[in-house]
Ligand binder design. Structure first.
Ligand code: PLP
Length: 369
């Protein structure tokens, strides 16, 4: 019998896909964490031009120079992070950035702290790196519990805190005060913050998005073209960090990926350096969908904290009702797929049309009767 590595057998396949099985063929899918929009035409055209122009070889391990420079310019201009191309590594999606960051920062037995419920990859990538996942439950209002996080950071084994605002699966956006407190405490305890900012562009409330790296240099900023430009399948993301960190992560990139896809990098160059109106249009539509979904859930008497970012709502729906809703033809994900503290909740993605959201609410209304 084949003997597998324990750090691989110890992790589970994501629970999200399992939910597709119970639903019928005409099910409305509110389970997916990806934009339902197509990639904007100017970005596709840039990929076609790169292909026609023979840009099909390996690129530098850290990515195409022009794209690294365009990302550095974006970070300086929009995120108030002063950096240059040498601080940027182009990766295979946000996932690739999270992986090379965690692989380079974590030694066997060291802890990675993250929110529970939270994005499924943080714990799994930690285990794959030989580290110990250290999930911290969110407060009842689904925001980060800063005092408890500080206690966890004070553990000598604590090495990394993964911050994710706007958050998957809750849609919560943390205030600048919270983010500052976390970055400053992390510095006190020699903990590196990985700030996963993939939903940066989708904030709808009064809390302004702010990058963690504006509060300290112990931060690795992770972002991706995936959600911002509806480019999930292109697999382009990036990390930005000190040159010292870049020097180490680039080794992991070199021996695992070599480089991100050349053609997709040229498409991403157009995404980051070209016109941004498609992002504004997508944001406007997500916001309308959010308002529709939250109003509908509230009318049905389903408790939900208004999410101010990303494209998820995280209402209180118990596991039994989740199954009934799935069997009634609306795919949603039980909160426990994102960690033990997700019990009693469900994630609903509104990366689907307003027509689908209305139809889903009608089906859910029948279940609730
Ligand atoms: N970070 C968060 C919070 C996510 O929700 C996702 C995807 O769902 C990712 C990272 C990964 O993004 P990518 O598709 O760019 O790898």
């Amino acid at each position: 019998m084949t003997q597998f590595a324990k750090r691989v057998t110890a992790i589970d396949i994501s629970g999200i896909r399992k939910m597709f099985e119970g639903a019928g063929p005409d099910a409305i899918n509110m389970g997916l964490g990806q934009p339902d929009f197509d990639t904007p035409e100017n970005i596709k055209a840039a990929a076609v031009a790169a292909l026609a122009g023979g840009k099909t070889g390996y690129t530098n391990n850290a990515g195409v120079d022009e794209l690294r420079a365009a990302v550095a310019a974006k970070l300086s201009r929009e995120n108030n992070i002063s950096c240059n191309a040498g601080n940027v590594v182009i990766t295979a999606g946000g996932s690739g950035a999270l992986n090379i960051a965690i692989q380079s920062l974590i030694d066997s037995g060291e802890k990675v702290i993250f929110n529970n419920p939270g994005f499924v990859s943080y714990g799994a990538l930690t285990t794959l790196a030989g580290g110990v996942p250290d999930p911290v439950a969110l407060r009842p209002d689904l925001h980060l519990d800063v005092e408890t996080i500080k206690e966890h950071m004070s553990d000598p084994k604590a090495k990394v805190f993964v911050l994710n605002s706007p958050a998957n699966p809750t849609g919560m956006v943390e205030t600048p005060e919270t983010i500052r407190a976390i970055v400053e405490s992390a510095a006190d305890y020699d903990v590196t913050v990985i700030s996963d900012e993939v939903y940066e562009k989708f904030c709808y409330g009064s809390t302004k998005f702010v990058s963690a790296a504006t509060f300290g240099d112990n931060v690795v900023t992770v972002n991706a073209a995936s959600k911002t430009y509806a480019m999930t399948g292109w697999r382009i993301g990036f990390l930005a960090a000190s040159e010292e960190i870049v020097h180490e992560v680039i080794k992991v990139q070199q021996y695992t990926l070599a480089c991100a896809t050349s053609i997709a990098q040229y498409a991403a160059l157009e995404a980051y350096a070209g016109p941004q109106d498609s992002v504004a249009a997508m944001k406007k539509e997500y916001e309308a969908r959010r308002n529709l979904l939250i109003a509908g859930l509230t009318d049905l008497g389903i408790p939900v904290n208004k999410p101010d970012g990303a494209f998820y709502a995280f209402p209180k729906i118990d596991a039994e009702t989740v199954m009934k809703i799935v069997n009634a033809g609306v795919i949603i994900t039980p909160g426990t797929a994102f960690g033990s503290a997700g019990v009693g909740y469900a994630r609903m993605s509104y990366a689907t049309s307003q027509k689908n959201i209305k139809a889903a609410l009608e089906r859910i209304a029948k279940v609730m009767e």
